[in-house]
Design a protein around this ligand. Sequence first.
Ligand SMILES: C[S@@+](CC[C@H](N)C(=O)[O-])C[C@H]1O[C@@H](n2cnc3c(N)ncnc32)[C@H](O)[C@@H]1O
Length: 252
Amino acid sequence: MGKGKLEKFADMRDYPHVFEYPYSVVDNVPFEMKGNWNRDFFKNDNPIVLELGCGRGEYTVGLGRMYSDKNFIGVDIKGARMWTGATDALKAGMKNVAFLRTNIEIIERFFAPGEVSEIWLTFSDPQMKKATKRLTSTYFMNRYRKFLKPDGLIHLKTDSNFMFTYTRYMVEENRLPVEFLTEDLYHSGLVDDILGIRTYYEQQWLDRGLNIKYMKFRLSQEGELREPDVEIELDEYRSYNRSKRSGLQTSK
Ligand SMILES: C[S@@+](CC[C@H](N)C(=O)[O-])C[C@H]1O[C@@H](n2cnc3c(N)ncnc32)[C@H](O)[C@@H]1O
């Protein structure tokens, strides 16, 4: 039988590559890794890539396997999900993978200016009700600017037409350079090893016959970001009222 939540939480507390700083404790605990991830944890100068809302961390671990010359950190508030990726990385002896359990709303407390090269957003909740909770809103872009290298890459992989359309508007409004974009990844003939990594949520949406969308764009540091003022059709397969997650909840 698989492990229960409590056993997973106990494992995570002992894992050397897992850092647990939910909103509820972070004010009381100094975070010494900020600005020092390369020197003190990874012990190399390789670029750092984040997966925000990593769930089980399929991208964090999958990319870590493909690129030994980069470092990967999966970030999520849900410890029991993260345990899967953290355990896989530990068993495989991966030295270029870490996990941070925290609220993405306070992500800039953990990274110094220019410390991160790329961000992956994998099947993020579209947060159709509130832009300020959406991980591709200008609200979050302003946070990412605090630690992403100038013109750092942001990847968005999603089932959500709402999230994808919103992000296109956000990128257009702010003239952020788009490097690649497809509304139907698996029928585009463009799937490579990286984009072929499938996450838990992705598989569920694929099983329901939804197209997977992907875009990557660069986040410049210049100019004030403007939130797009647009109405976007809601995803009808999602319940509008389900997007209730409080950004500051600390449940595992
Ligand atoms: C829809 S799931 C996707 C998980 C994974 N990327 C996948 O594709 O299977 C969204 C994940 O983002 C996390 N999440 C959403 N908002 C968050 C926030 N504000 N802070 C931390 N984690 C958050 C949730 O806990 C959840 O694991």
